[in-house]
Ligand binder design. Structure first.
Ligand SMILES: *[C@@H]1O[C@H](CO)[C@@H](O)[C@H](O)[C@H]1NC(C)=O
Ligand SMILES: *[C@@H]1O[C@H](CO)[C@@H](O)[C@H](O)[C@H]1NC(C)=O
Ligand SMILES: *[C@@H]1O[C@H](CO)[C@@H](O)[C@H](O)[C@H]1NC(C)=O
Ligand SMILES: *[C@@H]1O[C@H](CO)[C@@H](O)[C@H](O)[C@H]1NC(C)=O
Ligand SMILES: *[C@@H]1O[C@H](CO)[C@@H](O)[C@H](O)[C@H]1NC(C)=O
Ligand SMILES: *[C@@H]1O[C@H](CO)[C@@H](O)[C@H](O)[C@H]1NC(C)=O
Length: 450
């Protein structure tokens, strides 16, 4: 019983101790926890505050940057606007300046023409009209250059028919003289004289440019779509990549031109163009040839047609039996019987070359072949103007001799007078049995244009 109480008392004291201990602990822990919590919260608060501050700072920074950027952009935009405005103003001022220049030029030149009573000496053309025109052209854009060219042509100063002023060296790149296809508008710009000028990328679409003088021009990329270029002269012009679709090129001189990359059709090249002598053809490689103005010079018509003979039996067309050289074709002229001296002749009308010949510097180039190679050949030339007046007395021209196999090749040249309309060619051979490849052509001599 006593023992039981003891135990009870004992357990009571133990509980009491525990409670006290807990009380102490709790008295310490709670403030500690609160203190810790406070510290943690404070630290976190600080951290948060710092983050917020940083964030605020960041936002402020960003805002400032944005403001700066906007300010910068605005400034840039203003500057750009100003620049553009200034450019526009300058452009307008420049346009006005050009317009005034053009107006003054046309007025002054018209007055000059009037005061000179439409008669100009070489000096007036060369030392007044020409420098005036070149000076104004240097200061104008392509559109106004076009106006100057039209004015000069229409006032008769730029007409190839009547001593035009020379615009040598003028930069007329990008000139636009196009008109709409099938327009009722006056398409005629005959006799336009623009030799020795630069006309890169110019366009003359659908114009009528009969007798135009484009010799020695820089005409890369020029456009002649649907243009009529009858008897125009392009001698030594650079026509790389020029466009000629539907252009009429009948009688045009394309000697020594560069036609690389041009869209010329075979019809234009071989039926219309007067001569392609020494021209670089559109493939960029092949050289063109001057056509033979003699009719049936190689007997390939299988007859003596085209030729006059004293006795028609003295010469006949015959077929080669064993000729492997293609250059001689199938037929040759056979000299019959015991004929020791033979005359055959032909009259050639060179009216189609009139425009090319009138500029001067043209040669008559002749050649022929005969067999056996020890025979003698002579060619005689006589020329006449359009009134049938003899310009050139009969002259023997073949001088160069070469032996090629069984054949004797002879050739020679003669200057062609500017007013030549008819050419008489006579051939004389001694001892020849075969005559072939009689060739006569008109070519630029290459060193004179006067
Ligand atoms: C404004 O922008 C330009 C280019 O956009 C830059 O070169 C320049 O430094 C900027 N200026 C400022 C103040 O940001
Ligand atoms: C202009 O030429 C015409 C005819 O040639 C002549 O009658 C006239 O007197 C000339 N006028 C002047 C100002 O020279
Ligand atoms: C001509 O046109 C071509 C092609 O359009 C161009 O590349 C070239 O720069 C132009 N040349 C001139 C001088 O206008
Ligand atoms: C034809 O020409 C060739 C080469 O020129 C020659 O070898 C051949 O014998 C000739 N034939 C006759 C039948 O003359
Ligand atoms: C004809 O030719 C022969 C030799 O081929 C020559 O002896 C004779 O003189 C010539 N006759 C005439 C009229 O030329
Ligand atoms: C043409 O042939 C005849 C004979 O057919 C001859 O009498 C005459 O001399 C020849 N004429 C010439 C120019 O050779």
């Amino acid at each position: 019983m006593e023992e039981k109480v003891m135990i009870k008392e004992n357990s009571q004291t133990t509980r009491c101790k525990t409670e006290k201990f807990l009380q102490i602990i709790s008295a310490i822990i709670i403030p500690l926890v609160i203190a810790i919590a406070t510290i943690v919260i404070t630290v976190q608060q600080n951290r948060y505050n710092q983050a917020t501050r940083e964030n605020d700072l960041d936002i402020a920074q960003k805002q400032r940057e944005q403001d700066l950027l906007i300010a910068n952009q605005t400034r840039e935009q203003d500057r750009e606007l100003n620049t553009r405005q200034r450019q526009q103003e300058q452009n307008l001022a420049d346009q006005q300046r050009q317009e005034t220049l053009l107006d003054n030029y046309i007025r002054d030149t018209s007055q000059l023409i009037l005061s000179l009573n439409f008669t100009y000496t070489y000096e007036i053309r060369e030392y007044i009209f020409r420098p005036q025109a070149l000076a104004v052209l240097r200061q104008l854009d392509a559109k106004r250059k076009t106006n100057v060219i039209l004015f000069l042509l229409e006032s008769g100063l730029l007409s190839s028919g009547e001593d035009p002023i020379s615009l040598v060296g003028a930069n007329l790149d990008g000139l636009i003289l196009d008109i709409e296809e099938d327009t009722a508008f006056h398409p005629y710009l005959f006799d336009l004289a623009l030799s020795y000028t630069s006309l890169v990328n110019a366009s003359f679409n659908n114009r009528q440019l009969r007798y135009a003088d484009f010799r020695y021009t820089q005409m890369r990329g020029v456009s002649f779509k649907g243009t009529t270029l009858l008897s125009a002269d392009f001698y030594a012009a650079n026509l790389r990549n020029a466009k000629f679709s539907n252009a009429n090129l009948r009688g045009a001189d394309f000697s020594s031109t560069d036609l690389t990359g041009c869209d010329l059709s075979d019809k234009q090249l071989y039926n219309e163009i007067l001569t392609l002598d020494d021209a670089i053809l559109p493939d960029g490689k092949t050289l063109g040839k001057a056509p033979n103005i003699i009719i049936n010079g190689d007997a390939e018509l299988g007859s003596i047609s085209g030729w006059n003979l004293e006795n028609r039996n003295n010469i006949t067309a015959a077929k080669y039996k064993n000729q492997t050289n293609q250059a001689y074709g199938k037929w040759y002229f056979q000299v019959n019987g015991n004929t020791t001296q033979l005359n055959m002749w032909q009259r050639i009308d060179v009216s189609s070359y009139a425009n090319m010949v009138r500029y001067g510097g043209i040669q008559i180039v002749l050649s022929m072949e005969a067999s056996p190679s020890d025979s003698t050949c002579k060619m005689y030339v006589k020329t006449f103007d359009s009134h049938n007046t003899e310009l050139q007395n009969e002259i023997q021209v073949l001088s160069k001799l070469e032996v090629e196999g069984d054949f004797l090749y002879t050739s020679g040249v003669l200057p062609c007078r500017r007013d030549t309309k008819l050419i008489d060619i006579a051939i004389q051979t001694f001892g020849a049995k075969i005559i072939d490849n009689i060739h006569v052509s008109l070519k630029h001599s290459g060193y004179s244009i006067g």
